[in-house]
Design a protein around this ligand. Sequence first.
Ligand SMILES: Nc1ncnc2c1ncn2[C@@H]1O[C@H](COP(=O)(O)OP(=O)(O)O)[C@@H](O)[C@H]1O
Ligand SMILES: [Mg+2]
Length: 143
Amino acid sequence: MITREARELRLLAVLTLPGVERSVRHARLFLRDTLVPDHVAPGGELLDDMALVVDEFAGNCIKHTASGRGGKFHVALWAGDGVLRAEVSDEGASGARPVLRDAADGESGRGLLIVAALASRWGHRADGPRTTVWAEFAAGTFG
Ligand SMILES: Nc1ncnc2c1ncn2[C@@H]1O[C@H](COP(=O)(O)OP(=O)(O)O)[C@@H](O)[C@H]1O
Ligand SMILES: [Mg+2]
């Protein structure tokens, strides 16, 4: 079985931002500036999908975790053989973790459903009280 460790992902860049709403835009620009043009074609669907996922992750940090109450969050971008990976790490939510909510809940609770639909894989891991949420995408010939 191929594990993440065996796939040799290479860290491209990390950015730390304050946990405020304006930072979501900076996270998106950082994603584009890091990946285009070496890893992702400009203006393509992959870039749009990854930007949407990073938006959702960053928004969740700000809305649901201590990052959004005077804290920070981190965006890390990884590349491997045919795969790109975005990770967003927050400052924790008193032990609460990301959960997929039923789409029937209405306006809220759709962010992670969108992530699940767009990413080839996604998940999260705990680091003490902190959470790192990650999503992977097939990188095609650019990876
Ligand atoms: N980084 C996170 N840390 C802790 N809980 C989270 C995090 N991200 C999401 N969640 C939880 O997962 C739920 C679903 O997230 P999401 O689908 O983005 O919906 P929404 O943000 O609109 O509530 C959130 O309501 C929240 O309870
Ligand atoms: Mg959300």
